[in-house]
Design a protein around this ligand. Structure first.
Ligand SMILES: Cc1cc2nc3c(=O)[nH]c(=O)nc-3n(C[C@H](O)[C@H](O)[C@H](O)COP(=O)(O)OP(=O)(O)OC[C@H]3O[C@@H](n4cnc5c(N)ncnc54)[C@H](O)[C@@H]3O)c2cc1C
Ligand SMILES: *[C@@H]1O[C@H](CO)[C@@H](O)[C@H](O)[C@H]1NC(C)=O
Ligand SMILES: *[C@@H]1O[C@H](CO)[C@@H](O)[C@H](O)[C@H]1NC(C)=O
Ligand SMILES: *[C@@H]1O[C@H](CO)[C@@H](O)[C@H](O)[C@H]1NC(C)=O
Ligand SMILES: *[C@@H]1O[C@H](CO)[C@@H](O)[C@H](O)[C@H]1NC(C)=O
Length: 399
């Protein structure tokens, strides 16, 4: 069985490791991870929530231990990590897996599901001098782990991402210049409001000496750099600190922004998979970064898709059935968490008076991981006696 995973982000790499480990006995399994860029990007910070830990424990227990040892434990039970540590950890494990091939600088541009024997996947490899080599390979399964702007999603005709009208910049500093050394005295994470968004500083010194990262968001799309996003704030130590960090960052970090987008899950359109093609991670369900759950849901996807494939492979049933079973197991859980994260983000990331505070039962359900009950508890928010789990507009009662 030849499996093509499109995208070497957290979802794609986690799934490669997970599937390779689960099917290790099987010598006819060949997994290819196709990544359009390379692995040089460093990202900012990544909160590994409890449900993601449960999933990683199944995917690769030794990696979970490594990450816990470099992460900073948060009161929620999550670990704050530099994003690249999670990516590099998965990459290293994926490279050690039997039958996993990872190619970089290569994009998947089209896929034709012939339904009978295999899927024809067209790849474009860009070499360092800019020349493009196009090849077509035959695959049995195609897994779109290619993020919020997923090509695979468009190939199967699923609706594209929806913009959240928020710009986002990220950066990381290894060696703080001496005049910024007091950043290391700040709390682990520090969030401040700007005129049009938020500025966050993450101080990793407790586990990675001298490492600091930052993230900036802005609802004003005309703003071109995070420095501009800080304009208009009254001078304070925090603002000086934020400005200092930006001034010490690379031009690329200041200029490169992404527009945050979501992929809402709707009953009418379903998960989006078709035939022997399915989607995982942000390509299936990109959420607002409210409680930091997107990556953890991607790890849950990796676990459950692996289990579905392993189960159907042994039973000799067709592989479409495995993918559809996976999608139906995931739909309600991912939709519930996605809609919840949108509500929290829209209400100002919990800073507004009418913020949505999780009930203990809902929190327990979110953090339960891949084996959580298929349906969420009825009461999701404190003070809310109505059932918003169905996705209704009933907001929580004002407290
Ligand atoms: C500001 C912010 C903060 C966040 N914080 C957290 C957090 O604290 N905790 C958490 O769990 N989640 C967090 N998330 C969400 C999390 O980052 C994502 O859910 C997760 O990284 C998704 O991983 P992915 O592999 O699905 O997608 P991506 O990371 O987007 O990876 C997709 C990969 O596919 C490649 N690709 C795209 N198209 C093609 C193609 N055609 N061919 C080949 N390759 C292709 C891309 O180059 C990319 O490497 C945050 C998100 C944001 C924006
Ligand atoms: C997978 O790896 C095993 C062990 O190294 C090897 O024997 C087998 O030939 C590989 N299978 C394929 C399809 O490459
Ligand atoms: C991938 O592309 C980058 C940017 O063009 C280039 O620097 C790098 O050498 C390429 N890597 C490979 C393995 O071709
Ligand atoms: C194009 O890619 C194929 C398959 O990877 C390889 O065999 C071939 O040599 C490449 N051609 C060029 C011009 O790089
Ligand atoms: C940063 O980490 C180093 C090494 O662990 C430690 O010696 C130092 O006290 C830390 N600095 C602050 C301000 O906490």
């Amino acid at each position: 069985m030849r499996i093509c995973i499109v995208g070497g982000g957290l979802a794609g790499l986690a799934f490669a490791v997970s599937l390779s480990n689960a099917l290790a006995e099987d010598s006819d399994v060949k997994i290819s991870v196709v990544e359009q860029r390379d692995f040089s990007s460093r990202g900012a910070t990544f909160g590994l929530a409890l449900n993601g830990q449960v999933a990683l424990q199944e995917i690769c227990p030794s990696l979970l231990e490594e990450l816990k040892s470099i992460g900073i434990l948060l009161p929620t039970g999550g670990y704050m990590l530099p994003w690249y540590c999670v990516r590099d950890g998965l990459l290293e494990h994926a490279r050690r897996c039997q039958n996993v091939t990872i190619v970089t600088n290569t994009s998947v541009v089209s896929a034709i599901d012939k339904c009978v024997d295999d899927i024809l996947v067209t790849l474009e490899e860009t070499s360092a001098d800019g020349t493009v080599n196009t090849t077509t390979v035959e695959m049995d399964l195609l897994i779109g782990a290619d993020g919020v702007r997923s090509t695979v999603r468009s190939l199967v005709g699923a609706p594209p991402a929806v913009s959240s009208h928020t710009k986002c910049w990220r950066g990381a500093l290894n060696d703080l210049p001496p005049h910024l050394s007091h950043v290391l005295d700040t709390p682990i994470d520090k969030m401040m409001k700007t005129e049009s968004g938020l500025f966050g500083i993450f101080n990793f010194n407790a586990s990675l000496k001298g490492f600091v990262s930052w993230v900036a968001t802005s609802k004003n799309l005309d703003i071109m750099t995070p420095l501009q996003a800080l304009e208009g704030l009254e001078d304070s130590n925090d603002v000086t600190l934020a400005r200092g960090l930006l001034e010490a960052s690379t031009q690329q970090e200041l200029e490169f922004s992404t527009i945050l987008s979501t992929i809402p899950l709707e009953m009418e359109t379903g998960w989006g998979g078709k035939g022997r093609i399915t989607l995982i991670g942000d390509a299936a369900h990109a959420l607002r970064p409210a409680s930091g759950l997107g990556g953890s849901l991607a790890f849950e996807d990796a676990v459950l898709l692996t289990r579905a494939i392993a189960k159907h492979k042994d039973s000799g049933e067709s592989m479409d059935a495995a993918l559809r079973e996976f999608e139906s197991l995931r739909f309600v859980r991912c939709k519930t968490i996605l809609d919840d994260q949108t509500r929290i983000a829209e209400s100002g990331y919990g800073t507004a008076a009418n913020s949505f505070k999780w009930t203990p039962e809902y929190e327990k359900w979110v953090f339960a991981g891949p084996d959580a009950d298929l349906n969420p508890p009825v009461n999701m928010y404190v003070g809310d006696e109505e059932d918003v789990a169905e996705g209704g507009e009933a907001g929580p009662k004002q407290q």
